[in-house]
Design a protein around this ligand. Structure first.
Ligand code: APR
Length: 238
């Protein structure tokens, strides 16, 4: 593996599953496609849903933010933090997750393309601010004081964050690794094809075959807490 110089990693809900955070679309789970915690996606994860019923949406994300306090990073998060510390080449860790388990697992540089639960977005001044408390009670924006905060989470129909940085990294990487994501939601689901077009090797680490499994050079099936530390050891030459 000594020839690898630039790695892009994409993580999804599956890397946090063993930390006790529900995935969205796992086979056998209670939440089928389009249903989150018994809510319809259009109600809690779209700008229209927020306009229709802000209390429902603010309460939903308050609940998810509180649930994070019960979760701890697992060995998959820690292994990626170790990779960041010890890999001598370039590494970009992109996550679709809005939890902070990569950071609490020790990763310093994490690109949250779908936003973060612990961040607030003010719809008046458009500032993103760190946020720990609830939002249902309409607290003022720490910058402009308007009571117009929303979760800093990218909803369906909105543009994910930092796409140009991600595509640049995909264009130059020599290895793309997808961990714990079903490959059901674009643009992240298309990253494997971008990486392939750049000539990168592509590897999937997932519990079940994903919708895009056939697009990867290699797919390893199993829990992230086992597969990710094993793969990191391979890369670091342990
Ligand atoms: N280890 C590895 N993979 C796992 C584990 C585990 N312990 N448990 C579940 N998985 C896999 C499942 O097999 C599934 O393929 O993780 C994947 C989770 O898929 P989704 O629930 O669809 O989550 P994700 O791909 O992150 O969803 C993408 O969709 O709903 C939106 O914005 C939301 O960021 C999210 C995006």
């Amino acid at each position: 593996m000594a020839e690898i110089e630039r790695i892009v990693i994409l993580t999804g809900a599956g890397i946090s599953a063993e930390s006790g955070i529900d995935t969205f679309r796992s086979a056998g789970g209670q939440n089928g496609p389009g249903l989150w915690e018994q809510h319809r996606v259009e109600d809690v994860a779209t700008p229209d849903g927020f306009a229709r019923n802000p209390d429902l949406v603010l309460g939903f994300y308050d609940m998810r933010r509180e649930a994070l306090a019960q979760a701890e990073p697992n060995p998959a998060h820690s292994a990626l933090a170790r990779l960041e510390r010890e890999f001598s080449g370039d590494l970009l860790l992109v996550t679709q997750n809005v939890d902070d388990l990569h950071e609490r697992g020790g990763s310093a540089d994490v690109l949250h393309m779908h936003g973060e639960l612990k961040s607030a977005l003010c719809t008046s001044c458009e500032t993103r601010s760190p946020w720990r408390a609830t939002m249902i009670d309409r607290p003022p924006c720490p910058v402009c004081r308007a009571p117009t905060l929303r979760p800093d989470v990218v909803w369906f129909g909105e543009m994910p964050y930092q796409m140009s940085r991600i595509y640049q990294a995909l264009e130059t990487c020599d290895l793309f690794v997808s961990i714990g994501t079903s490959g059901a939601v674009y643009p992240a689901a298309g990253f494997v094809q971008e990486a392939r077009a750049s000539g990168a090797r592509t590897l999937e680490l997932n519990l079940d075959p994903s919708e895009g499994s056939r697009l990867f050079d290699e797919s390893r099936l199993g829990p992230a807490s086992v597969l990710v530390p094993e793969w990191v050891e391979e890369v670091l030459g342990d």
